[in-house]
Design a binder for this molecule. Structure first.
Ligand SMILES: Nc1nc2c(ncn2[C@@H]2O[C@H](COP(=O)(O)OP(=O)(O)OP(=O)(O)O)[C@@H](O)[C@H]2O)c(=O)[nH]1
Ligand SMILES: [Mg+2]
Length: 481
């Protein structure tokens, strides 16, 4: 690897470096114009497509990726304080994260005995090295007691290689000279139990090509050891071939994850980007060098951030989105605080709730909102009911919406007919409105509404305060500590 200048950031696995550079120039190009037009969205998308193809991502994966980005980019709306091209960056980053596997996977620990992890892969991909790296990782980071099992009887030197690594790490190694790997593995697990080890790493033999003999042996090992994890070791240097062989291995063995080695080499990043999409299995770790500490957990979101190198921009967009949610919520709270929570307000609220998710998450976003109890939330209607409730409100007269107490039976029938619902639902809506009003009053008593409202009022205060003074409402008591 070429020497880098002094005091550099930790270097990214170099397979992602070229990609990172490409993306950074695409994004800075987009930002230059200030605004994002349909034309330069298309340009941006075309550039992203080219970058992925150059990185050796296969065409099918690129196509569906680009379609997803386009679908989202078309809907970009202006958010105050955020430039449209910055939103575009976030869309691309979110999609890269999804492509890489979304949330990072966790090891399925066996709670009834040692956790068995079976390592498989073609010859020379780095199985043995990675097995040792994992033993080190599990020992150091998970406080586990691992044991290595030499299940490779193909190469005479394989056992010795594993023994040397075990000595270096002070991790026990189980090996037998000769014999069949499935049996060796079973006895290895028993040896681990006897020694009080809680993780067993099975280092299996590689072949040059995927053949039936290898697969039969691996299937036999799997049947005899019932591993919690089967990790496929894939060499990033093999590019698209790595992806193809991963797909084949996965078809036969249904692996639980992939480890991508040699990402420090000069291969292009395509394998890393396409493996999840093609196999449906997440990358769990990446090898970033020959040394035993050169292993990294693979966190899709973090990797996407590194590839795009636009962490600040994405953070900014997220923040701005949150502020908007919060401002909308505060406006509603302010109205409720003024005791003028009409059915029209309820309808507005349903609309934004249907957009934003449920009441719980809305209230949780407000300052102090996390303190609201489940019980207090119970009266809040669910999003799925809201659409029909909105139809009911739409069939009411303006007077009925402000003062639902005038809605007697005859009017209920009229509203039910008008909204294509039934009398019971009309009753429900009126009751919900009353319940919500009560809930807000209860919250107000706790001082929470006061605190929330004082923020809004700082901005919009004088007008409304004057109005309340005129009407003689004692608003001050809500703000007292
Ligand atoms: N640069 C680099 N080299 C690696 C990495 N992982 C493994 N290697 C090297 O790849 C070579 C093969 O590694 P092994 O662990 O012996 O591979 P294997 O899959 O066990 O090979 P077989 O047992 O013969 O199938 C060795 O020279 C390792 O040092 C990595 O992340 N980066
Ligand atoms: Mg090996």
């Amino acid at each position: 690897m070429p020497a880098s200048g002094p005091s550099q950031e930790p270097r990214d696995p170099s397979v992602f470096e070229a990609l990172a550079q490409r993306f950074s120039s695409i994004f800075s190009g987009l930002g230059r114009g200030g605004s994002l037009t349909e034309k330069n969205i298309e340009e941006g998308i075309r550039e992203v497509r080219k970058a992925l193809l150059e990185a050796d991502v296969n065409l099918t994966v690129v196509r569906s990726f680009v379609e997803r980005v386009r679908a989202k980019a078309v809907g970009i709306e202006a958010i105050r304080g955020v430039k449209p091209h910055e939103q575009f960056v976030k869309i691309v980053q979110d999609e890269i994260t999804t492509l890489l596997g979304g949330d990072s996977a966790r090891i399925r620990w066996n709670d009834r005995g040692p956790t068995v992890i079976m390592m498989v892969g073609l010859q020379g991909t780095g199985k043995t090295t990675t097995t040792a790296k994992l033993a080190r990782w599990l020992k150091k980071r998970e406080s586990k007691k691992p044991m290595l099992v030499a299940a490779d009887v193909q190469r005479p030197a394989a056992i010795e290689q594993l023994r040397v690594l075990g000595r270096q790490l002070d991790v026990p190694v189980y090996a037998e000279e000769g014999g069949r790997p499935p049996k060796i593995c079973r006895r290895g697990i028993q040896a681990a139990i006897d020694k009080g080890c809680d993780v067993v790493l099975l280092d299996t033999a590689g072949r040059l090509h995927i053949d039936d003999e290898l697969m039969d042996e691996l299937e036999d090992i799997r049947a005899k050891t019932e591993p919690q994890e089967i990790w496929l070791v894939v060499d990033a240097m093999l590019g698209q071939d790595a992806v193809t062989s991963a797909a084949e291995f996965n078809q036969r063995l249904d692996v639980t994850g992939v480890i991508l080695t040699k990402t420090d080499g000069d291969a292009r990043g395509g394998a890393a980007l396409a493996i999840r999409d093609v196999t449906g299995k997440p990358i769990r770790y990446v090898g970033i060098g020959e040394k035993l500490d050169q292993l990294e957990a693979f966190v899709p979101e973090r990797m996407a951030q590194r590839i795009l190198g636009m962490g600040d921009v994405v953070g900014l967009v997220e923040q701005a989105q949150e502020v908007i949610d919060q401002e909308q919520a505060q406006k509603q709270v302010e109205r409720m605080l003024m005791d003028r929570f009409t059915l029209d307000d309820m309808k507005d609220q349903f609309h934004s709730l249907m957009k934003m998710g449920d009441m719980r998450s809305l209230i949780a976003k407000l300052p102090g909102g996390a303190a609201i109890t489940e019980e207090q939330m119970a009266g809040m209607p669910q999003p799925q009911d809201m659409r029909r409730m909105v139809a009911v409100i739409d069939s009411m007269t303006p007077q009925e919406r402000v003062d639902p107490s005038v809605i007697h039976m005859q009017r209920r029938h009229r509203i039910a007919r008008g909204s294509g619902t039934n009398v019971n639902l009309v009753g429900e809506v009126i009751k919900s409105h009353r319940e919500m009003g009560k809930q807000f009053k209860a919250l107000k008593k706790q001082g929470l509404m006061g605190r929330m409202a004082s923020r809004s009022l700082n901005r919009a205060k004088t007008k409304r305060l004057k109005k309340h003074k005129r009407e003689g409402t004692d608003i001050k008591k809500w703000f007292s500590p």
